[in-house]
Design a protein around this ligand. Sequence first.
Ligand code: NAP
Length: 257
Amino acid sequence: MSHRFADKIALITGSSRGIGRAAALAFAKEGAALIGVHYTANADAADTTVRDIEALGVKAVAVEADFRHGKDAADSLWAQFSEAALTEMGSTALDILVNNAGIAPALPLKQTSEAVFDEVMTINYKAPFFLMQAVADHIRDNGRIINVSTGFTRIAAPTHPAYAGSKGALETLTLALAPEFAGRGITVNAVLPGVTETDMNAEWLASPDARAGAEALSVFSRVGRAEDVADVIAFLASNDARWTTGQMIDATGGARI
Ligand SMILES: NC(=O)c1ccc[n+]([C@@H]2O[C@H](COP(=O)([O-])OP(=O)(O)OC[C@H]3O[C@@H](n4cnc5c(N)ncnc54)[C@H](OP(=O)(O)O)[C@@H]3O)[C@@H](O)[C@H]2O)c1
């Protein structure tokens, strides 16, 4: 087993479950020093992820913040994590930030209320924006920022217009910030998952017809696993991806190519 993340300190939003949890375990398997497991409502799931990371001999800390509160939540998250990092590692430095937490309500244009629109934009775009602002001066040279977007920025999604727009904004931000961080060798990239087997999709994927439709989207004729996406995140987080920045990396299993 390689140790691509030896001595690395990582913070992954929304890593209590799904893709974020799989990314946290991928970092832990390759020797990360400390992993911040962010969650909002599901403390039990976050604790399980922390224990599973610790079982791999890696330090982990659970940090709670509700991204519906935008900048306040981002600032609170960074304050909690940096305090824990100071205790555990003697430093508030960070090597890898993965902006993964998100919500994806399936609401077409006419059914999207202003409240839902604001919530989606706040959780998926505003909170990651201000989290990047909060950590900017703490990311070490050659650090990594990875934003988790969606294949719906490339594939038309009339079922999820507010969601697709929030992730489009996150991708534009990814491009906009890449030059700013490049001076210190820090890369900023986005990963675009397709339909992935997580709690986000569990209900509708339980329908055999819906599952068949989801499988048919990918040229590999299956639904993605959280690990399929996490391995792409791990590549971008590693030194192997040092020459890639400002990019949107597809992880949809070739959906609708
Ligand atoms: N699954 C897919 O098919 C798919 C496809 C394309 C893109 N994505 C993107 O991939 C990312 C991860 O998706 P997933 O499927 O792994 O999601 P998931 O299994 O539903 O997990 C969502 C994570 O986000 C956290 N979260 C939810 N609401 C939050 C809030 N208000 N404030 C802070 N954190 C919050 C959850 O914390 P709690 O556990 O505390 O609730 C959880 O850790 C998302 O950005 C999603 O848009 C997913």
